[in-house]
Design a protein around this ligand. Sequence first.
Ligand code: FAD
Ligand code: PYC
Length: 399
Amino acid sequence: MFTQHDQLKSSYDVVIIGAGGHGLAAAYYLARDHGITNVAVLEKGYIGGGNTGRNTTIIRSNYLTPEGVQFYDESVRLWQDLSQDFDLNLFYSTRGHFTLAHTDAAMRTMRWRAEVNKHFGVQSEAVDAQSVQEAVPMMDISCGGHAPVVGALYHAPGAVARHDAVAWGYGRGADRRGVEIHQKTEVLSIETTDSGSGPAVSGVMTNRGHISTKRVLCAVAGSTPRLLSMVGLTSPLYIHPLQAMVSEPVKPWLDPIIVSGSLHVYVSQTARGELVMGASLDPYELHATRSTLDFAESLSMHMLEMFPFLGDVKVVRQWAGMADMTPDFAPIMGKTSVKGFYLDSGWGTWGFKATPVCGKTMSHTVATDQPHALITGFGLDRFRRYALTGEKGAASVGH
Ligand code: FAD
Ligand code: PYC
C-alpha cells in the first residue's frame, strides 16, 4: 500500500514523528487541505504498531467539558466520510454506547453528561435499568447481586471501527499525495538553534541519517516524555500500561458497547463475533507493553458478574499499550515554547476516536503556525496556568 523510500532526503518542510493514526492523519490533511507535500513521517517501528493498532476502537463524543464535547463531536462527524475518502472499508459500525451507573452518585454524573451533551447537540440521554435490560437481554443487571445497575448514560452515536485500516487509509492517502513514510526510522535527537526569541527547531537526527527541517510534529503517544526531553521541555505526563483482551468468536448477542466504571470493565462484540474487552489502567507508571495474568483474571471475574453465561468462552489473546496520561484526562495539543515544535499527545486511553479531528486541527496548526480554534483548551501551557480541562468523569472506565 505504500511506496518504499530507500533514502531520506536531506531536508523536508515538515517532519512528523510517529506513524500512528495521529501522525498519518496530520500528514494526510497537510497534503490534501494545505498543499504541503514535502513531508516525512518517521516511524521507529511499523505503521500503526503503537497504540493505534492496540486499542479497542471505541468512538463516541459523550464527554463532559464544552471543549471536549465539541472536539469529539467534530471527530464523529469526520468519521462518517472516511471509508469513502480512502476508498477503503473501515468497518465503521454504529452500535450505541451504554455507560452503566451502579449508584445514585454515578447516575448524577450521567445526567450531568447528558445535559452537557444535549446542549451541544450531541445525542445522549440518561436511561433507567429497564432500558439497559431491554437493549442487552442477556445481561444480569443485578451483576451477581454485588453492584446492581440503576441506570446508564445512553449515547446512540457510539461506534467501533477497524483500527489498523484507519492507519493504512491515512497512510496510503498521504503517500499518494507525495508524503514520504519511513518505517524503521527512529528519531534519536532533535536540534534547535537560538532564534533570538528562544529556541527554534532546525533538524532531527535519526538512525538513518540527518534531516534539516524547521517544523516538527511530535505524535508519539507513550514515548512523548522521551521526545520532549530532546527539546528541553517537560510535561505532567505519566506513562501507564493499558491492557486489553479478546475472546474466541461466539454467536452475535451484543450489539451495543457496554462500559462499567464501577466494575472496571468494558466490552463490545466484533462483526466476527469476538468479544473485545478492557479495564482500567495498570495502577503504576511503566514504559512497557507486557501483559499480566492478574489483568486477565480480574477482568474475566467482572465480565462474569455481568454475563455469567460466558463462563466457558475462551480468551484467545491479550496485549497492552503505553498510555500517555494527563492529570485532567484531556489531550495536549498545539504549539510549544520551542518554535516549530508542535505537540499532539496526552491521548492516554481515549485518542483513537479523535484521530480524524486531530489530523485536521494539527495540520492546520502546523501549516498556519496558529492553533486551530477547536484545540485552544488543550495547550501544554494550561498546566502552568492551572487552567485544566477536566475530563476525568468521561474518560472511559474507572482509572
Ligand atoms: P501511536 O499509535 O502510539 O503512534 C505513535 C508512534 O510513534 C508509534 O508507532 C511509535 O513506534 C512511534 N515512535 C515513538 N517514538 C519514536 C521515535 N523516537 N521515532 C520514531 N517513531 C517513534 N482510544 C479510543 O478512543 N477508544 C478506545 O476504545 C481506546 N482503547 C484503547 C485500548 C488500549 C489497550 C490502548 C493501549 C489504548 C486505547 N485507546 C483508545 C487510546 C488510543 O489507542 C490512543 O490514544 C491512540 O491510538 C494514539 O494514537 P497516536 O497515533 O497518537 O499514537
Ligand atoms: O475512550 O471510549 C474510550 C475508551 C474505551 C476504552 C478505552 N478507551
